[in-house]
Write a protein of this length. Sequence first.
Length: 257
Amino acid sequence: MARHSGGRGWYGKVLGAALGVTLLATGASMWTAQAGALGGSTPKTTTAAKPASAVKPVAVTIVHASDKGARGVNITIDDGPDPEWTPQVLDVLREFGVKATFCMVGTQAEAHPDLVKKVVAAGHRLCDHSVSHDTTMDKKSEAYQSQEILDAERMITEASGGVRPMYYRAPGGAFTPYSRKLAASRGMRPLGWNVDTKDFERPGTDAIVATVERELPNGPTLLFHDAGGDRSQTVEALRQVLPRLKEQGYVFGFPVR
């Protein structure tokens, strides 16, 4: 899976916010025992959304398949929520009766809890996309990976009003065996993608649509973004792609769990 390289300045700001959140959380830990069971240590700053006993583990393998079967398509939306673009994405999804999976950055969820609640209320699913969208997470310590995953899980759950993320997508696909095992132990299925629309690079609406049509045979999970910059091309591409796929006999679902 490709790693996104454009627009990192926005994520630098996210990282700075994430560090501030972590410092404020010093001393709060509900995860020490679980982290030890997974073979890694977790900083005392990390707080899980729920104790391990309240969560049903899922498979550790990275999922791509759709729960709608061979003609199923999974729409996944990364990096938000964003106050300008997430509402527009939600409007398009509602217009065409499509449910999606929103992979949220922890600090974004914490900053915009109203939008997290709107996503949930509309019937979409939540996905943990780490605290700071560090695409080099696979090069970092297990303690760091744990903090990024578990703090984001907590932030998203609190912002949603108690609805937990059902998936974990590593930023840029930077999964490790440890991060997959940790996420799965928290009931979050590791989530990949088959079609990277490259909308993050703003190649033009036509190019985004063409990428979907060309690469959909690779698999059912499509990657779009609703934050990190001007996402008007994404909104328009979804407006074109969703009805076109329906006309071709595809149905929209969620990644299997």
